[in-house]
Design a protein around this ligand. Sequence first.
Ligand SMILES: Cc1cc2nc3c(=O)[nH]c(=O)nc-3n(C[C@H](O)[C@H](O)[C@H](O)COP(=O)(O)O)c2cc1C
Length: 213
Amino acid sequence: MDHKPRVLAFAGSARIDSYNSKLVKVAAEGVRGAGGEVTVVDLGDFPLPLFDQDLEAAEGLPDNARKLKEIMLKHDGLLIAAPEYNSSITPLLKNTIDWVSRPSDGEKALAAYEGKVAAIMSASPGGLGGLRGLVHLRSILSNIGVLVIPDQVALGKAHEAFGPDGNLVDEKRRASVEGLGKSVAKLLHWNRCPEPFPSQLSSADCRPFEKVG
Ligand SMILES: Cc1cc2nc3c(=O)[nH]c(=O)nc-3n(C[C@H](O)[C@H](O)[C@H](O)COP(=O)(O)O)c2cc1C
């Protein structure tokens, strides 16, 4: 029986050397450290046209939207690192959220999102670290059925924050970002486990993980 929570991690940027891609990988380590499984995907590997309802009506979901949705459906939690563009989220992230939100083949609307637990974060060279974009992302995700944990990280001065290995140089910052992944894994685990949370996700007393909803 597979007891491990599965978390999907991605950034709202496909930029080479994206700070947000690096950031979400740090959070992913937190999931692994808590005993969960994490899949990191690059949205650049799933190019999509700009959402257009006429295109959708004529051609249905693009293959990459279907693929992404299938991946999301196989996971229980999300880690999203969202760059801030003009005080909001990137067009790449919004476009991806919108395509994946669409039902196909008799599916329930928002099937890919309902019952997911997510942590959100952002990185920017600016002082606020992309904080204003997170306000929008939290609102969007919450309105489509995702439980977004209260903790979040907005990493300012991102151009100075990462070492050559892609990890955060400052240990406290690294711990707080890894903590996001750990919190998601713990919450998913707690959701199916009647016992107090063990230090590792291996308690034989846990019920099989059940998706919410
Ligand atoms: C169109 C555009 C708008 C931007 N607006 C903001 C902004 O409002 N706040 C901010 O902190 N950074 C802003 N930036 C800078 C991004 O934070 C920076 O490009 C960052 O590196 C993007 O994230 P990434 O490294 O993950 O690609 C903007 C960048 C672009 C291209």
